[in-house]
Design a protein around this ligand. Structure first.
Ligand code: KG4
Ligand code: ZN
Length: 337
């Protein structure tokens, strides 16, 4: 089965063609982040308009790259939620209409399921069941994954998502948007030990997270110190250490509680080099196999949507002719296709 995947939930326009026999045939990404950087964060209306401009040309380019004609496709998958309503509607309306025009089925994909299954695009793909740490700009989730659509929530953030904390802290430090890569880069010049921030909710049992206190600790540090380049590096360093430490402590706890021997890490923050290194260290010590997508497929992309869509279409799931978008949509509401 050959599926065209479209991702437009936030500020990346992603398109890909995935074939269940041959793998990924082509993928392209257009990032709007430079446009939004001017405003220090995503401006939803600008995001929607840019998806409208970019999506169809990108579809043409990807089909040409894959050497695939519309008549060679068996379905279209688009991100149906969660995300920015206007941005989602661009992908949903174009995806549903293309499928209608081409006479093939369409399926709306949950964005976080796309992230969750993205490691399966790699040659070293995880088998079910596994523990998944999903860390993005909108979500911080620890999930027990038994099969496609069979997800059990073990823990989540009670306030800010970890990516959101990276982005907000970067803003406090006058760093670029998106904040995750900017903090990681600034932290490379940081002095260990000058600041120490809390590891929220690690001193009590449970698998939930909280990141707003960490952001407040960074805010206090910015207020009590002159923000020169050295201090920015030192605060970024302490922030990244605390955020990564918190994630690793909770993953270790969840692995111990569930007995899983496979850990999947996905979502934008999964591209963080320190997080990968610390988890690799922990997993090596405890005989756990760690899986993650290449950095490009950690952040938003069309390949993960084409892949998740192909699995669901192959299982017989498809949308009616009406299309919709779900700005808020829990991963736990999904069912086995
Ligand atoms: O998955 P994603 O691209 O979009 C959402 O679904 O939200 O995740 C974006 C988030 C942003 O908060 C961004 O700052 C963060 O992922 N991020 C990182 C890194 N690269 C992206 N955070 C830490 N380190 C990185 N290298
Ligand atoms: Zn995402």
């Amino acid at each position: 089965m050959r599926v065209l995947g479209l991702e437009t939930s936030c500020d990346d326009t992603g398109v890909a063609v995935f074939d269940t026999d041959c793998g990924l045939l082509a993928h392209k990404l257009y990032s709007q982040s430079q446009m939004h950087a001017e405003y220090g964060g995503v401006v939803p209306e600008l995001a929607s308009r840019d998806h409208i401009r970019k999506l169809l040309p990108l579809v043409r380019e990807v089909l040409a790259d894959a050497k695939v004609a519309p008549s060679d496709l068996d379905g279209v998958a688009y991100t149906m939620g969660p995300g920015l309503a206007g941005a989602l509607l661009v992908g949903a309306s174009i995806g549903r209409s293309l499928a209608y025009a081409w006479g093939i089925p369409a399926v709306g994909v949950h964005h976080m399921e796309g992230h969750l299954l993205a490691p399966m695009l790699e040659s070293d793909a995880p088998a079910f069941p596994f523990l998944a740490l999903l860390v993005s700009g909108g979500h911080t989730l620890l999930t027990d994954v038994r099969a496609v659509g069979d997800y059990h929530l073990l823990g989540e953030s009670v306030d800010d998502a970890v990516g959101e904390a990276f982005d907000k802290t970067a803003k406090l430090l006058d760093l670029d948007y998106p904040g995750g890569p900017a903090i990681a880069a600034a932290a490379m010049h940081g002095t260990p030990g000058r600041f120490r921030f809390p590891r929220p909710m690690t001193d009590r049992p449970g698998l939930d997270f909280s990141f707003s206190g960490l952001k407040t600790a960074a805010l206090t540090a910015t207020q009590q110190n002159a923000l020169d380049a050295r201090t920015i590096g030192d605060i970024a360093y302490a922030f990244q250490e605390a955020a990564v430490d918190t994630l690793v402590i909770k993953c270790a706890r969840a692995l111990e509680q569930t007995g899983h021997t496979r850990l999947v890490i996905a979502g934008g923050v999964g591209a963080n080099v320190l997080l990968r290194a610390r988890l690799t260290e922990h997993c090596a010590k405890t005989n756990v196999h760690l899986y993650y997508p290449r950095p490009l497929f950690c952040t938003d992309n069309g390949a993960m949507i084409a892949y998740a869509g192909a699995l669901r279409l192959r299982a017989g799931q498809e949308e009616g002719l009406a299309f919709g978008a779900r700005a808020r949509w829990s991963l736990m509401d999904l069912a086995v296709p």
